[in-house]
Design a protein around this ligand. Sequence first.
Ligand code: NAP
Length: 342
Amino acid sequence: MSLRIGVIGTGKIGQDHIRRITYSLQGAEIVAVTDVNSELAERVVKEENLNAQVYNSGHEVIKADHVEAIIVTSWGPTHEEFVLASISAEKYVFCEKPLATTAEGCKKIVEAEEEYGKPLTQVGFMRRFDRSYRQLKKVVDDGKIGETLMVHCAHRAPEAPGFSGDMALTDSLVHEMDVLRWLLDDDYVSAQVLLPKRTRFAAEGLQDPHVVLLETKKGIRISVESFVNCQYGYDIQCQVVGETGTANLPEPASVAIRSDAKLSNDILVDWKERFIDSYDVELQEWIYSTIKGEVSGPTAWDGYVVAVTADACVEAKNSRNIEPILIPKRPDFYSKSHVLYY
Ligand code: NAP
C-alpha cells in the first residue's frame, strides 16, 4: 500500500522531504503539491519527475479526495492554519516546526485533536530519530549511569544568517527543548537565561551566545549553551551526568587523520548533514505509523510544550529572573500515542 501525500510548501525542506519520500523511502508517494509561488511548485513536480497535481492553495490540497495525508513545510506563520484544516478534514499531518508561532496557536491544535478524539499531528522534531540520541537514551533508560542528575549541552552553529530577535531560542534551541524532555522522560518547571560576553560575530543588536538553565520536575538541572556564530562548525553536544557515571552523545563519524605530527577529525559545518539520516528515519516512521493509523513521533502536545518553554526562555532572558514553565496536565490520549523506537 502506498500512502498518498500532499505537500504544502515546496521550499528548501519541502523539496528535501519530497525527494526522500520519492527516491529513498518506502510506502508513500507525493500526489499533490502547492506553494505560494506556484511556478516553484510546478518546477519541483517537473524536476523531481512527480506524478503530482499542483494546487492553488494548501486548503485545496487538504480537501483533495485522493490526498490521504499532509506534509506542511510552508513558512512558519501558516502552519497553524494548515494543521487545523487537516484535523478538520480528518487527515494525518506532519508539520515542520514550529507547530504554530504562539503557544496559544499550539493549544488550539491540541484542543482540536481532543475534540476529534485522537491525535493526527506529528511535529518535525527530528532529533528523536537521530541514531546517536537514541543510543544515548537507551543508556539512560537502561540505568547504566544510575539516576540522572544533570545534563550539559551545547548547540553551536558557524553562523546564523537571517537570525533576528530571539530566534536562537525560539527557532534553533527548540530542538534541545524537545529532545531533552524525550531523553529524560520529564517536563520542565523553570528557565533562566544567562547572557555571556557577546561575540563580535553576532549581527548588530543580537545576543550570542546564551546559556539556558532548565530545571525539570524530577529536579534534574540542564545547562544548554546556544552559540550560533561560533565560526568553527556545527557542533551538537550533550552529556548526561548520572549518579554512577556520565554518558555523551556520540560524535558524528569522521575519519581520524594522523599526519604532520597531528591527530585530527573534521567537524561538520552544515546542520542538514548532521541530521540527514534522522530526517529519513523520521519520515519513514511517520509513513508507517500513518498507514497503521497512529502518531508515533512528537505530537501536537509536544509542539505545545516546546512553545510554552520557548516563551518562558524569552521571558527569562528579558527579566533576568528564573521564570516558571507552567505546563498543564497532559491529556491522557497523548501518552498512549507515544511509541519509542530505539
Ligand atoms: P523556505 O525555503 O522559505 O520554504 C517555505 C516555502 O513555503 C516557500 O517556498 C514559501 O514561499 C512557501 N509558502 C509560504 N507561505 C505559503 C502558503 N501560504 N502556502 C504554500 N506555500 C507557502 O523555508 P524552509 O527552510 O523550507 O522551512 C520551512 C519550514 O520548515 C519552517 O517552518 C522551518 O522552521 C522548518 N524547518 C525545519 C527544520 C528542522 O530541522 N526540522 C529544518 C529546516 C526548516 P515564499 O518563499 O514565496 O514565501
